[in-house]
Design a protein around this ligand. Structure first.
Ligand code: A3P
Length: 320
């Protein structure tokens, strides 16, 4: 999601109005290896500020993911589960705001260099999100009782999804080149194997603190997984709610087709002020299919990625 900050179209309205002003050259991406993950140069000061200043509360719920793994979907779901007694499906803020406006990214919407956000008016539980790997989360998150929900997705589908996302800004991007970045472990916030394994291992060690989800499993059984997720975040569905079909209602509300066709998500941009980027809301909703990679990746790329996935995840118990 945030990696689109690499694009030259990710400029603020002000910059767009003033073409003569100094613009940040974002293609090719400036990525820096920081604490063993590839971080965009634009995000790094924000990441450092977040690491230094964030004070977690035990009630916080933090959604973690790599871009294009289902972040937008999970934001809509978590927001709906947590706020289901405050709002109904006919007056939920999801009808008037994009999910990224309801659950902000620490590193793109909240923290900037030398800037500490004011959370005093945020309702409890506070809902946040991040693309940062587990190892680099602030100590206060690791040592509090707050809960982390992680979503991951088959890297082959992530690559295709990211490519489709990127070509709106950089039309000449080749999917093979992108796949090579993944094979080399140079994907944003990656290597992807470190990202998934960091959260995976933590979810095994502390199952009450880290909930590990796969995009594919969520597609396969949304109701079952939503039930477990609700228990994990401390908002379990009652028998009565289950009988009333509340879980199905939330699933439908947050389905790709429903969100994609809402006026609010068809036009306009989401503002990521801390990286001076605005990104088309509609670009967060595409096909949402499992296995779309077969239509775009050639066999040699697939072989390379399969080999790396096998090798890096071997012995972890995690498979794609
Ligand atoms: P595709 O490009 O494969 O369609 P992220 O939110 O992490 O940026 O991930 C974007 C991917 O999630 C895109 O995948 C997008 O279509 C898909 N997606 C967005 N909203 C979704 C939803 N409500 N249900 C299922 N998939 C969704």
């Amino acid at each position: 999601s945030l990696s689109s900050s690499f694009s030259s179209s990710s400029l603020t309205a002000d910059e767009e109005k003033k073409p003569e002003s100094k613009q940040v050259q974002l293609i090719p991406p400036t990525k820096i290896l920081y604490q063993d993950f590839w971080c965009s140069g634009r995000l790094l000061p924000n990441v450092i500020s977040f690491q230094k200043h964030f004070q977690a509360l035990d009630q916080d719920i933090i959604l973690a993911s790599q871009p294009k793994s289902g972040t937008t979907w999970l934001k809509a779901l978590i927001f709906s589960v947590v706020n289901r007694t405050r709002f109904t499906v006919s007056n939920t803020p999801l009808l008037t705001s994009n999910p990224h406006e309801l659950i902000p990214f620490f590193e793109a919407q909240l923290y900037a260099e030398d800037e500490i956000p004011d959370f005093s008016t945020m309702p409890s539980p506070r809902l946040f999100s991040t693309h940062i790997p587990y190892a680099s989360l602030p100590e206060s998150i690791k040592h509090s009782e707050c809960r982390i929900v992680y979503i991951c997705r088959n890297p082959l589908d992530v690559i295709v999804s990211f490519w489709k996302f990127l070509i709106q800004f950089a039309p000449s991007t080749k999917v093979e080149d992108l796949a090579e970045t993944w094979c080399n472990g140079e994907d944003g916030f990656g290597p992807f194997w470190n990202h998934v394994l960091g959260y995976w291992n933590e979810s095994l060690k502390k199952p009450n603190r880290v909930f590990f989800l796969k995009y594919e499993d969520l597609k396969d059984d949304i109701v079952g997984n939503l039930k477990k997720l609700a228990v994990f975040i401390g908002f379990p569905f009652s028998m009565e709610e289950e009988r009333q079909g509340v879980i199905e209602d939330i699933s439908k509300l947050c389905s790709l087709n429903n969100l994609k066709n809402l006026e609010v998500n068809k036009n306009g941009k989401i503002n990521f002020p801390k990286i001076r980027a605005g990104i088309e809301k509609k670009s967060y909703f595409r096909k949402g299919e499992v296995g779309d990679w077969v239509n775009h990746l050639n066999p040699s790329v697939v072989e390379c990625l399969d080999r790396i996935i096998q090798e890096k995840l071997s012995g972890s118990g995690l498979t794609f």
